[in-house]
Design a protein around this ligand. Structure first.
Ligand SMILES: Cc1ncc(COP(=O)(O)OP(=O)(O)O)c(N)n1
Ligand SMILES: Cc1ncsc1CCOP(=O)(O)O
Ligand SMILES: [Mg+2]
Length: 203
């Protein structure tokens, strides 16, 4: 599936929840207007089972599913792509394994040079952040909003912003050039349908 150019990128929050709860809350976010979903599960027990169920759900909404960290899991379930951070392996190797149509996203933190290199290596989007303190990843290093401006000016791929994003603080990120807002707590800490609707209204 094609990478959407703008909108809410909802990232799962499965810790302490049943698979049914995760599926239900992701479906609520999809109904509210999420345009992209990432399966992120740092304590996965049955990652393949849940990823497969999320993929079928996302397909029914014509929304791509990205797998965090693991090219192997993305391959195993036939997901639409993978998200790679600095410890998650090489972009070119992921492209060889997943194929030309796969969506490969890359974390670039606050680093434009890393983003430029990622695009040259075949990244389909680049992600910057965290922009605001994040309860989901408290130790994530801060990024500057000016980095989004520079990225938007110099890079040809969609720019993703992440970290502590809420409907109330997202406007400044969009104004600076973010195309996709990647959000965990701002969607799944409360009512995911209502939160996704509020994010959708910003685009
Ligand atoms: C869209 C998006 N952006 C950034 C990240 C963070 O990736 P990474 O630095 O590898 O950290 P973990 O998420 O693996 O803890 C992301 N997952 N998605
Ligand atoms: C994975 C990740 N990388 C930087 S911040 C973050 C967590 C984002 O979650 P939240 O939207 O709850 O701050
Ligand atoms: Mg990672």
């Amino acid at each position: 599936m094609k990478l959407p150019r703008r909108g809410l990128y909802a990232i799962t929050q499965p810790e302490g929840k049943t698979a049914e709860q995760v599926i239900a809350e992701v479906e609520a976010a999809l109904k509210g207007g999420a345009v992209l979903v990432q399966y992120r599960d740092k304590q996965a027990v049955d990652g393949e089972g849940l990823a497969g169920r999320l993929l079928r759900l996302c397909r029914s909404y014509h929304v791509p599913l990205i797998i965090n960290d693991s090219v192997e899991l993305a391959l195993a379930v036939g997901a639409d792509g993978v998200h790679l951070g600095r410890d998650d392996g090489n972009i070119a190797a992921a492209r060889v394994k997943l194929g030309a149509d796969a969506i490969i996203g890359v974390s670039c933190y606050n680093d434009i040079a890393r983003a430029t290199a990622a695009v040259a290596a075949g990244a389909d989007y680049v992600a910057f952040g965290r922009f605001f303190p994040s309860g989901s990843k408290p130790l994530a290093a801060p990024a500057e909003i000016g980095t989004l401006r520079e990225a938007k000016r110099s890079l040809p791929v969609p720019i993703v912003a992440i970290g502590g994003i809420l409907p109330e603080n997202a406007g400044q990120l969009l104004a600076a050039g973010a195309d996709l807002l990647a959000v965990i707590g701002g969607v799944f800490d409360g009512d995911p349908f209502e939160a996704a609707r509020r994010f959708r209204a910003l685009f």
